[in-house]
Design a protein around this ligand. Structure first.
Ligand code: ADP
Length: 499
């Protein structure tokens, strides 16, 4: 397993030597009731990293029962201040084990170690601390009713047992985005990590127990979507399900939720427009475009994959972008010099190369890349060349469907009206970028674009206090900030007669 790039941390070696990895239910690490396991694979080499116990319906049911028991019992006795302390303790433990978690993330997902270290792990720490702070600040209000002599007030109560289903692109960070707010609000959770990347969530589970959370408050059950995921989203004793993933899966989650009308929040895909006007800072826009598409191998729901460039500068911008993209250092994630690692899985490689072929067939021209990496050591892993497609129009398949890989489609536009029309001509509405130094234009376009987040002269900026989520088929509900508290609490109105 050790690569020539970087020696594995002793605690990573220890964690992996303990196989198969068990799931966390009711405060204990247990095997699947069926005894089944599955392999988690290193996408840089195609080798199995370790076996993982596979949760199915029965295990999910046990986890939901444990969460319910905790919610109705032990967890109710824990004060908001104690919840804050527990979440802060967990953040401290993540920070203490940062190196190990970063390596595990890179091994399992493939992303460059520099990104795991600089983004995934510290952002998780920050997110837990942010929501730790909210635990003591969630409260109802008194209401000035006019219909009689009453004392009316609201209590803000947790929703109950929450099922959380996450994808593989930011395994630790997505687990954090889901768990932190839910627990801060007083809920109990059953988290199902993606089958491709269960390791950091399981390590997080160990840290959850070390931090001192009561049994059953946080349960972590890796398994497949059609089995464990479906069992969780259709479970009659789950009060809410939170999902991040593909829109097609999102639709299945909604259908599965109807049995008990559980609350649902969805953060789905995107086909985000990134708009470059002639009057912007070109160097900044180029850097921003690079980050918006090639960060995390392009496996980012808000990636700026439709790059709209004003006609006057189209050729020049595409040529400069191509020069930069050609210089991206593709390599093993554990190599500290790597800027882009492999895609997460063989399936994902097939999907992305399928889109590369579709783009070429429809007449788009790759100015660089356009294929998987076929030579040398990297040919064994799921590596794809960073690709710029020129001569794309907004009706092509590569401009309409989410590729989820390091592929950008450069589309020319005439003026504000044209780019607002084209930018909004998509079923998605997750994010957008605008590059201009014209203040009026920036605000005008930001207002006109139908997306949950708009970045002006920047891209992919995140902070726990800023809500994130979609318009249209990019989903509903917001993660982050005050808005996420709404998803995990419900108001109770209390009327007290004073007569
Ligand atoms: P991707 O195709 O990129 O893996 P998915 O939306 O399929 O994206 O996966 C995101 C998460 O949804 C994963 O944890 C996966 O196991 C889960 N999932 C997939 N199918 C279902 C389903 N039918 N019901 C519930 N969860 C599912």
């Amino acid at each position: 397993m050790a690569t020539k790039q970087q020696e594995l941390h002793p605690s990573v070696v220890k964690f992996l030597s303990n196989s198969p990895k068990k799931m966390l239910i009711n405060g204990e690490f247990v095997s699947a009731k069926s005894g089944k396991t599955f392999d988690t694979v290193n996408p840089a080499t195609g080798d199995v990293i370790v076996k993982v116990c596979e949760a199915d319906k029965e295990d999910i049911d046990l986890a939901v029962k444990a969460a319910r028991k905790a919610f109705e019992g032990e967890w109710k006795k824990v004060t908001p201040y104690q919840r804050e302390m527990l979440l802060n303790k967990l953040a401290d433990l993540i920070e203490k084990n940062a190196e190990e978690l970063a390596q595990l993330e890179t091994l399992d997902n493939g992303k460059p170690i520099s990104e795991s270290k600089a983004v995934d792990v510290p952002a998780s720490v920050q997110h837990f601390r942010y929501y730790a702070g909210w635990a003591t600040k969630i409260h109802g209000e008194t209401l000035p009713v006019s219909v009689g002599n009453f004392h009316a007030y609201t209590l803000r109560e947790p929703v109950g047992v929450v099922g959380q289903i996450i994808p593989w692109n930011f395994p630790l960070l997505m687990a954090t985005w889901k768990i932190a707010v839910a627990v801060a609000c007083g809920n109990c959770v059953v988290l199902k990590p993606a089958e491709q990347t269960p390791l950091t969530a399981l390590r997080l589970g160990e840290l959850v127990m070390e931090a001192g959370f009561p049994p059953g408050v946080i349960n972590i059950c890796p398994g497949f979507g059609e089995t464990a995921g479906a069992a969780l989203s259709s479970h009659m004793d789950v009060d809410k399900v939170a999902f991040t993933g593909e829109y097609i899966t999102g639709r299945k989650i909604v259908q599965a939720s109807v049995g008990n009308l559980k609350r649902v929040s969805l953060e789905l895909g995107g086909k985000s427009p990134n708009i470059v006007f002639t009057d912007g800072d070109m160097e900044g826009a180029l850097r921003g475009c690079m980050g918006s598409v090639f960060f995390n191998q392009g496996q980012v729901c808000c990636a700026g994959t439709r790059l709209f460039i004003e006609k006057k500068i189209y050729e020049d911008f595409v040529s400069k972008l191509t020069d930069k993209v050609k210089k991206i250092r593709v390599g093993m994630g554990l190599d500290p010099n790597t800027q882009m690692g492999p895609l997460v899985s063989d399936d994902q490689l097939k999907r992305v190369t399928g889109y590369l072929e579709a783009g070429k067939k429809e007449g788009a021209k790759p100015t660089c890349g356009g294929d998987r990496v076929k030579e040398g050591d990297l040919s064994k892993g799921y590596f794809v060349q960073p690709t710029v497609f020129a001569d794309v129009n907004n009706n092509m398949k590569i401009a309409r469907e989410e590729i989820f890989g390091p592929v950008v489609s450069a589309i020319p536009f005439k003026d504000v009206e044209d780019v607002v029309f084209q930018g909004n001509d998509t079923t998605y509405g997750l994010a957008a970028g605008i590059w201009t130094n014209d203040l009026k234009k920036a605000h005008k376009v930001a207002k006109a674009i139908k997306a949950g987040t708009v970045w002006v002269n920047c891209y992919n900026c995140f902070d726990p206090c800023v809500p994130f989520g979609g318009f249209k088929q990019s989903g509903y509900g917001r993660e982050g900030g005050l808005h996420a508290l709404e998803l995990y609490t419900q108001p109770k109105s209390v009327w007290v007669s004073l007569d």
